[in-house]
Design a protein around this ligand. Structure first.
Ligand code: GDP
Ligand code: ZN
Length: 300
């Protein structure tokens, strides 16, 4: 008799997954046939085929699914997130464009975002980094300032309450200190990573797409993603792009044309706000670039 069990995907590597059952057992899984791929964070039904191995037969309905895309394909990042935590550092300096693209991806799905500024011990770079981040605070994004290496205890004190009761996606460019932060918050992360690699039967240096970790006291989950240098948003619809800019909300529905793209039309409330200085030119440029991308690059 086959046995069906519910489990959560904790790591993925191509079409191979590791899923953790409600009883805490980890199984190496594959999808059957041409089924849709699950993402880390997904709850799935698995059929146990052998000791430690299973086949996914179904993906449960998810509350959200975060993607990023490039010109050729979309990449699943994670599912069932309750918040996104973007890690930046004072030094090396972070890319504002990558940060904003990550903000847009989360906001388009209405997932709350925390910005973590790490390495505040590097005082010479602190003021500049804070100034670069201030506009996002004005937009309503929470910011936490920590030093993972300089004051680990304080860092835990600040971040653990913010991560409790959440499934948080950790994103960041490489070099920001994201691995250091993960290892601080999840002291057995390295061992868990090794165990997952064994289950996936990949070498220990294989980077997986994402991995889910439990906070030690079971108070929450962290999904870690590999650092990336690009964050394509070609999968967003024009409507999603529009909703992903909180500062635009007050003007939506006030343009002369109900289907205004806010790019070229006369009587556009968004562009009037831009002219009046209520919307930042850099943010409008990103909005306009993403809207053109979402419309297939045709709108001029
Ligand atoms: P990742 O690429 O984002 O995973 O970053 P790592 O965790 O590998 O850290 C990159 C470098 O930054 C390493 O040399 C860390 O020791 C260093 N680092 C991490 N956190 C801090 C911090 O709070 N202060 C300082 N000065 N260096 C840090
Ligand atoms: Zn408009």
């Amino acid at each position: 008799m086959t046995k069906h069990e519910r489990a959560q995907v904790v790591a993925s590597h191509g079409r191979h997954y590791v899923a953790q059952t409600e009883a805490g057992n980890r199984l190496a899984c594959v999808t059957r046939g041409k089924k849709e791929n699950p993402a880390v964070g997904d709850w799935i039904t698995i059929e146990t085929v052998a000791r430690g191995q299973g086949t996914m037969v179904d993906i449960s309905a998810r509350s959200n699914l975060l993607y990023r895309s490039d010109a050729f394909r979309t990449k699943l990042l994670a599912a069932n997130l309750t918040q996104v935590c973007i890690v930046v550092a004072t030094e090396p300096s972070f890319s504002a464009e990558l940060l904003e693209r990550a903000l847009v991806a989360a906001e388009a799905l209405l997932i709350p975002v925390l910005i973590v500024l790490n390495k505040i011990d590097l005082k010479a770079f602190l003021t500049h980094a804070q100034a670069r981040l201030d506009p996002y605070r004005t937009l309503g994004y929470l910011r936490y300032e920590v030093s993972v290496k300089g004051d680990p205890e304080k860092c835990r004190e600040i971040l653990l309450p913010a991560l409790a009761h959440h499934t948080s996606l950790f994103m960041g460019q490489s070099g920001m200190g994201k691995s250091s932060l993960l290892n601080l918050l999840v002291p057995n992360a390295l061992a868990a990573t090794r165990e997952i690699s064994e289950a996936l039967q990949t070498g220990k240096h294989t980077t997986t797409d994402a991995r889910l970790y439990e906070l030690p006291d079971g108070s929450g989950q962290i999904i870690d993603t590999p650092g990336f240098q690009e964050f394509g948003l070609a999968h967003l619809s024009p409507g999603q792009v529009e909703r992903a800019f909180p500062e635009l909300r007050a003007y939506l529905g006030q343009c002369r044309f109900y289907n205004c793209t806010h790019l070229v039309e006369p009587g556009c409330a968004v562009r009037r706000a831009l002219k009046d200085g209520a919307i930042s030119p850099a943010r409008y440029d990103l909005f306009s670039a993403l809207t053109r991308e979402a419309r297939g690059g045709t709108t001029r």
